[in-house]
Design a protein around this ligand. Structure first.
Ligand SMILES: Nc1ncnc2c1ncn2[C@@H]1O[C@H](COP(=O)(O)OP(=O)(O)OP(=O)(O)O)[C@@H](O)[C@H]1O
Length: 649
């Protein structure tokens, strides 16, 4: 224990609260109080601000621990929930409050202390990393002021530096004088990871189909906002009704929330510039953005005033020069294998860049084929561990009896068949990254052992009796809803919280249709090369059909379809893509070359059918391996090869 903490216990059962108090005292912590209700807790917090709160969900009185969590979050006091398994609804509500940990009762003293250590690490690391980012931003601002360049380019540089602090799809930089908006408008829409499209008055005219005079009229009718403010959901709709220029932007570019960061000039009482951030997500901004804006205001005033003073010809600076970044395809190392530019994917890239260098555990969720493994690879590539092993284990492909020895290894003779000592995945991944794919399928009895290995950073080989220290970063992935698994008792709540430190949710392909064309062209070039066929194009109709399809198999399905289409293409252009809905229609008239399934598809379908009949049982009498006439291990590896998961049967 490196540092003792001031901890408040909020627990209505005296015996449990007292037991906690003794454990905390023994570990050197100070208990600032034992509250039985939210009201009690508020009293203790007012007396002495705790550094951590241990919080039971159900308390005496009307208010619950979740209500108190909202207050703690506002005051930036970290908290850990203590609870018995709760139902899905309560769990989801608790999750939304972003706790620093979750302990399932009854828990061991060791679990409590490790969870406190993790909470402390995240609190310090989170604050530290946001301070680091702000300091970096201030440094970048100074460099922008010193460097020469056009006004447009310098504004773009400021906006690019802000990207790591505030997420947006569009920023408008607008001058105001005497509380009126001027016609000096310059904006940038984000089009790629490091790509922006300039939005000047000409672009606005093109996008909105309005004349310059009509845009000016809308602007004159709009009021100036001089306070940092944010507008989400309905508030955004209301402010758009009051501010016609905002409404024009929202309607023409599909923006759904807005954050205003005013930069008032010190040399002009009623003048300044404001940065208006827009997002296509309807709840992108929150109170934390306002405090961030307050902190950013001063360095921004310094920078913008310097730029304005340095450039006397401000009036001409909004002329629409060609944006040097427009259309440039910048490949950022670590993301080479990830194709896409949709806002959803860009936001994801920002999150990945943020988490990759830290050793934080990452949980990647998303439907099958959305690219979870590819993202895990990128995280490893962008981390300090990039030259160390990246070891993968698919938790759904192995029978429960083998998982333990696969993860932790075994000593010679530890069980029948263990003729040699074996090093497990944890040891193989030492100093590197362990990717736990399909974590939702990890058998319950193994989950406790996995949790212990992650928390205590040590493992024991099966049949061994010496703990072995391991230094492994964990990335887990799943396509099932883990909250539901927890609520139904199939997944441990404490393991869920231990893994869910930094969640990354991959959107299904149907929710990022902007990427379909890019991905299709990418796979055309990959498979043309692989197959030696000279296919370079896709016909417009074929592309349209891709856009209207719902992609249950996501990117993997698109990749497979393009590969097949290339094999069957007779010219350099893919004229038609055999989407499953079309296949069904054509199955009836039986005159189509797509009617036949591949051997692999038949094999896959057959195995899934048999597994369904056996209720998912692989081994033993009446199990799938007996019916199929295959040894269980061979069946497991076929299932892995054919991408058959528990969720399929
Ligand atoms: N953004 C992307 N750009 C290019 N290729 C991609 C992208 N995302 C995924 N792929 C490709 O799609 C296929 C499926 O991706 P991946 O295996 O990472 O998905 P997954 O979500 O892990 O699937 P599962 O849940 O079934 O394990 C792979 O061949 C991968 O290379």
């Amino acid at each position: 224990m490196s540092k003792s903490l001031k901890i408040l216990i909020v627990e209505d059962q005296f015996v449990e609260a007292n037991h906690l108090r003794l454990m905390l005292k023994k570990a050197g912590h100070t208990v600032t109080g034992m509250a039985r209700s939210v009201q009690d807790a508020k009293y203790y917090i007012a007396q002495e601000r705790p550094e951590l709160v241990l919080l039971d969900i159900f308390l005496s009185g009307k208010e619950t621990g979740i209500d108190l969590a909202e207050i703690l979050k506002e005051d930036n006091i970290p908290f850990i929930y203590l609870s018995a398994n709760s139902n899905e609804q309560v769990l989801n509500k608790a999750k939304l409050t972003h706790p620093y940990g979750f302990l399932v009762k009854p828990f061991r003293e060791q679990d409590l202390l490790v969870t406190i250590e993790i909470a402390k690490y995240h609190q310090e690391h989170g604050i530290e990393s946001s301070i680091r980012k702000e300091l970096l931003f201030q440094k970048q601002l100074k460099a922008i002021v010193k460097k020469s360049g056009s006004w447009d380019d310098r504004v773009l540089n400021i906006i690019t530096s802000l990207q790591s602090l505030i997420s947006f799809d569009l920023v408008m930089a607008v001058f105001y004088m005497d509380n009126k908006l001027t016609n000096q408008v310059l904006g940038y829409a984000r089009t790629g990871l490091h790509e922006y499209q300039k939005i000047g008055i000409e672009e606005l005219q093109n996008i909105t189909d309005l004349k310059e005079s009509e845009i000016n009229e809308l602007r004159n009718k709009s009021t100036v906002e001089t306070e940092a403010t944010f507008y989400n959901d309905q508030a955004f709709i209301r402010i758009c009704d009051k501010t016609p220029i905002k409404k024009m932007i929202a309607n023409s570019m599909n923006m759904k929330s807005n954050l205003m960061l005013p930069v008032p000039f010190t040399f002009h009482e009623n003048g300044g510039l404001y940065l208006s951030f827009f997002s296509r997500q309807s709840d992108n901004y929150n109170k934390n953005h306002l405090t961030l804006c307050e902190r950013l205001q001063e360095p921004l005033i310094y920078a913008i005033e310097n730029l304005v003073n340095a450039d006397k010809k401000l009036d001409q600076k909004t002329s629409s020069s060609v944006n040097s970044n427009k259309g440039k395809n910048v490949k950022v190392s670590g993301f080479e294998s990830i194709v896409g530019k949709s806002p959803a994917l860009l936001k994801l890239f920002d999150h990945i860049l943020q988490v990759a260098p830290a050793d934080t555990t990452v949980l990647i969720t998303g439907e099958s084929g959305t690219g979870k493994e590819s993202i895990a690879n990128s995280i490893q590539q962008l981390s300090d561990r990039k030259n160390q092993p990246f070891v993968k284990i698919n938790c759904s492909a192995l029978p429960p009896s083998l998982i333990e020895s696969e993860l932790f290894g075994h000593e010679k003779g530890s069980f029948t068949g263990a003729t040699e000592k074996r090093i497990g995945k944890f040891e193989q991944a030492n100093n590197g990254t362990l990717f736990l794919d399909e974590i939702g399928d990890m058998p319950l009895e193994m989950q406790a052992k996995l949790l212990r290995a992650i928390q205590e950073k040590e493992i024991e080989r099966v049949g061994g009796n010496l703990p072995i220290k391991v230094n492994v970063r964990i990335i887990a992935a799943t396509n099932c809803k883990l909250e539901k698994e927890v609520a139904e008792g199939r997944f441990r709540l404490d393991l869920y919280y231990r893994l869910n430190v930094f969640p990354i949710q991959l959107p299904p392909l149907r929710e990022r249709k902007e990427d379909i064309g890019l991905l299709a062209r990418h796979f055309i070039s990959v498979y043309s090369c692989k197959t030696g066929k000279n296919v370079t194009e896709i016909a417009e109709d074929a592309l349209k059909s891709l856009l209207s399809y719902h992609w249950p198999g996501n990117i993997r399905e698109l990749e497979n379809l393009i590969e097949r289409s290339i094999l069957l293409a007779k010219t350099d252009t893919i004229e038609h893509i055999p989407l499953p809905a079309f296949e069904e229609n054509q199955l009836n008239n039986k005159s189509n070359e797509w009617f036949f399934k591949t051997i692999q598809e038949n094999e896959r379908e057959h195995i899934i059918n048999v597994l369904e009949k056996c209720n998912g049982r692989i081994r033993g009498v009446g199990g799938a391996s007996e019916i199929l006439g295959l040894p269980p291990t061979t069946l497991a590896s076929r299932m892995q090869k054919l991408g058959i998961k528990r969720s399929h049967f």
